[in-house]
Design a protein around this ligand. Structure first.
Ligand code: FES
Length: 357
């Protein structure tokens, strides 16, 4: 079933028809092309998808788009711009508190929500509020070093000597946060070509601005004409014989372009040793071992088709401790291939003719 919703996103009223099971994250990323919110775990654990709904931090992967009807949503794209950073964006940039940047938008918006509720949080409250599994946590922790705390928990460091602009907001204004407060400056560019004296000076990461504004593009953010979406079918067994893989029902799903299994790739591959298969051919060796994959025009069609792939398994003994997996206990070891060969350095090492798992 589909519903018409009206959501105010970054100050703009958006009216769209959405499926009743479409998440707010999908609505923002796929419908509105606001890719600053990221899909990490998709189950409320990582915080990469956090946006503000009526000034509260919300995991948008856990909220349906229809639930946002009539509400106000703020994404990282609506918080500040490269020319007018929010103080928290400026602070993270100054402290280089971004690593890969994937969860940086969620961290910033969480901090904005925290300051909206509590303008003077303690360090414990700050640490408790930030998403637990953010990959940038170690870098962000640098912002809480004693020297940083002496300046202010969220205050940007003074702009590097030689850097232009007035990137430093006053600590009082910075602490207040809120979408109406701005650092009011770019002022974070690298030193000019004639003044490239980096040693002993602070300067922003070259990719920091993209990351604190949500403009950084990751693989899932890229869109191409006629892009297809893949879904992989994985083994639920740690060790099993694959008796049959049937793809007919998956191929019948509208929008599915292809479905493949190990039968389509009857060879071994590998970087150093050709001891791997693209998909399990005759048996799976761990939970999650890929068995088949589908490609479809939409992620939903790909997911539905993957669910319709039928695999017959014959469960086999499994090893859950090192001892039965040791060389002397390979009771049910599996020769991978008599033709397995060393791919690199084969002249220096004797070619390996077989391997076991
Ligand atoms: S993607 Fe929503 S919490 Fe991880």
């Amino acid at each position: 079933m589909r519903h018409e919703i009206t959501v105010r996103v970054n100050g703009v009223s958006e009216t769209h028809t959405v499926a009743d099971n479409q998440t707010l994250l999908s609505f923002l990323r796929d419908t509105l092309d606001l890719t600053g919110a990221k899909e990490g775990c998709n189950e409320g654990e990582c915080g990469a998808c956090i946006v503000l709904v009526d000034h509260k931090a919300v995991n948008s992967c856990l909220m349906l788009a229809v639930e946002a009807d009539g509400h106000e949503v703020t994404t990282i794209e609506g918080l500040g711009s490269p020319d007018e950073l929010h103080p928290l964006q400026a602070a993270l940039l100054h402290h280089s508190a971004v690593q890969c940047g994937f969860c940086t938008p969620g961290m910033i918006l969480t901090a904005v929500a925290l300051l909206h509720q509590n303008p003077s949080p303690t360090e414990a409250e700050i640490r408790a509020a930030w998403p637990a599994t953010c990959a940038a946590a170690p870098a962000t922790a640098r912002s809480s070093t004693p020297s940083a705390r002496r300046r202010s928990r969220f205050a940007p460091r003074p702009a590097p000597r030689g850097a232009c602009g007035d990137a430093t907001a006053s600590p009082a204004r910075t602490r207040r946060g809120g979408s109406g407060t701005r650092a009011g400056a770019r002022g974070l560019e690298e030193p000019a070509m004639s003044d490239r004296l980096y040693v002993g000076r602070g300067f922003p990461r070259v990719d920091g601005l993209e990351k604190v504004t949500g403009a950084a593009r990751y693989t899932a953010d890229l869109k191409f004409p006629r892009l297809l979406h893949a879904a992989v079918v994985r083994s639920p067994h740690p060790h099993a014989r694959v008796l049959d893989v049937r793809l007919e029902d998956a191929l019948a799903v509208p929008g599915v372009r292809a479905a493949v299994s190990g039968r389509d790739f009857p060879f071994h591959t590998g970087i150093y040793l050709k001891d791997q298969t693209v998909f399990a051919i005759d048996r799976v060796r761990f939970v999650g071992d890929p068995v088949a994959a589908v490609a479809a025009e939409t992620p939903e069609a790909a997911a539905e088709a993957a669910a319709r792939v039928q695999v017959d398994y014959e469960p086999l003994p499994r090893s859950t401790t090192p001892r039965p997996a040791s060389p002397r206990a390979r009771r049910w070891s599996t020769p991978i291939s008599a033709s397995t060969r060393s791919c690199r350095g084969s002249r220096r090492r004797p070619a390996r003719t077989s391997a076991t798992t």
